[in-house]
Design a protein around this ligand. Sequence first.
Ligand code: ATP
Length: 235
Amino acid sequence: MLKLKDITVKYGSYTAVRNVNLEVGTGEIVVLLGSNGAGKSTVFKTVSGLNKNSSGDILFEGESINKRTPDKIVQSGIVQCAEGRKLFPSMTVHENLKMGAYVHRKNRKMIKESIEHVFELFPILEEKQHDMAGSLSGGQQQMLAIGRALMAKPKLMLLDEPSIGLAPLIVEQMFDVIQTINREGTTILLAEQNANAALKIANRGYVFENGSVVLEGTSDELFANDEIKKAYIGA
Ligand code: ATP
């Protein structure tokens, strides 16, 4: 579904991502592991069209999306759920969800059904639908961010650090819902520092260090790897 071919991304003269090759197959959950600053967010922003790669190509469903603008990339079916949530804090939960369906704004029936679907996945959002997004807890804001991304009906969802700053129980719920969203047909590319939780739900993963992929494999292979255990799982 998604293929990054030899992608290099620079900020000025600084190379943040170097010659990265990676693939996400239809229906998969793929995780990018790596410490702060390893280049995961830069990869996401490049796929979303917010950063431009200085070399290489990005293919989505066989077509190059390299030159597409961010809104065209959303229309193609790739939606990024941002780290740090980036909700509209002084709009209600319901209004935030509607904003997520901007690309389908002419289809009221679809929007209504999508909101119902998000409420099924996250019942707390239905309870809080008239509350301001800014008044929600960290976990609820993350749920709303995922819900808002779902409103665009993505084929591929990019999830950047969904577990960051959340209590372990909430992290578990979050990963359960990510798995449900995947089973319902959305392919997922996930960036995570919580390797333990991420590898449990992912099919495959890539390990980033200093902007390059240093290791790739199935989740089982990565889980069994001593370096990964030491660096990310704490075993
Ligand atoms: P994090 O989890 O902290 O977001 P990451 O693996 O996603 O880490 P990136 O955010 O992609 O890493 O950053 C990769 C490198 O690029 C880092 O050294 C970072 O300081 C640098 N970088 C990121 N954004 C910019 C920018 N806008 N301008 C200059 N350098 C940047």
